[in-house]
Structures are given as structure tokens and as C-alpha cells.
Design a binder for this molecule. Structure first.
Ligand code: 4NP
Length: 151
């Protein structure tokens, strides 16, 4: 399984999503590939936001090897599932997809849980929003692994 986590900047939410998912994939002994990207390119090459790095560290997850990059069209052939953190990311990804097959790879991250219409909120302007982001990603990644493992 090849999973891509996508948000706007690829510095706050999706790097954490990548870190959380990689951690769980390893715990499950799965040989899955996990990466992340942003729909925007303003932060390309940057480290994750220091608040995301700190939060990952709090839960034993090191994300400092990550560097931001923008989503590219080849991602649709490189990945099996592409998770959008919010509905704006979802729309942008659906617009980038060129075939129905590729469009079907794109899902809202929280659609894996029973909070399926929820968005992972952008915490960029809210220092207090990061822990909630981690908790949501933790639930969503557990649910995603359970579903994808049985596919
Ligand atoms: P992210 O958060 O999409 O979770 O990485 C953001 C990071 C940067 C910006 C917006 C959201 N920005 O406007 O630069």
C-alpha cells in the first residue's frame, strides 16, 4: 500500500499525518510506503512547523527528516490512496486528477472514522490547535490501517 497525506502547506498537518501513519505501519509490521505533500508550494523545501515537530516528539514520533513539497501529477500513479486533510485540499486534489480512477484515490482523512465529514482543522494560526490535530490523526490512521489491511 502506498499512502500520500496532503494538506495546504505540508508543514503542519500532513507531516504529522505522515509521521503518525509511518509509526503505526511499523507497529503493525506492514511494509507500506507513506509520504506527504501540500497543494501549495510556498513552503517547498522547509522543515515541518516547529509546533508539529514538538508535538510529534511529545508522542515519540520524529518528523525532522521531512521536507515540504508540492503535490505533483505523478503522485496519482505513485500512490494508491491520497488523504486530504480538509475539503479544500480534497477539491484541489480532485481537480488535479485526470481520470476517474485517480479521482477515486482521493479521500477525506476523517472519512475513515465515524466523523466522516470532519476536516482536520488548519492549526497554522492556532497554537492550541495542534494537539487536537494529533488526536484526530491518531484515530483516522488507526481506522485507515484497519480498513486498508483488509482490502
Ligand atoms: P498545513 O498548514 O496546511 O497544515 O501545512 C498551513 C501551513 C502554512 C500555511 C497555511 C496552512 N500558509 O498559509 O503559509
Amino acid at each position: 500500500m502506498r499512502i500520500l497525506m496532503v494538506c495546504l502547506g505540508n508543514i503542519c498537518r500532513s507531516p504529522l499525518a505522515e509521521g503518525v501513519m509511518k509509526h503505526k505501519v511499523k507497529e503493525h509490521g506492514l511494509n507500506w510506503q507513506v509520504d506527504s505533500a501540500g497543494t501549495g508550494n510556498w513552503h517547498a523545501g522547509d522543515l515541518p512547523d516547529k509546533r508539529s515537530i514538538a508535538l510529534g516528539r511529545k508522542y515519540g514520533i520524529d518528523i525532522t527528516d521531512q521536507r515540504a513539497r508540492q503535490v505533483k501529477s505523478s503522485d496519482f500513479s505513485e500512490f494508491d490512496v491520497i488523504y486530504a486533510m480538509d475539503k479544500s485540499n480534497l477539491r484541489n486534489l480532485q481537480n488535479l486528477a485526470t481520470t476517474d480512477h485517480d479521482r477515486l484515490k482521493v479521500r477525506l482523512m476523517m472519512s475513515e472514522t465515524n466523523e466522516h465529514l470532519q476536516e482536520v482543522p488548519d492549526p497554522y494560526y492556532d497554537d492550541n490547535g495542534f494537539d487536537q490535530v494529533y488526536q484526530m490523526l491518531n484515530r483516522a490512521c488507526d481506522a485507515a490501517i484497519n480498513r486498508l489491511k483488509n482490502e
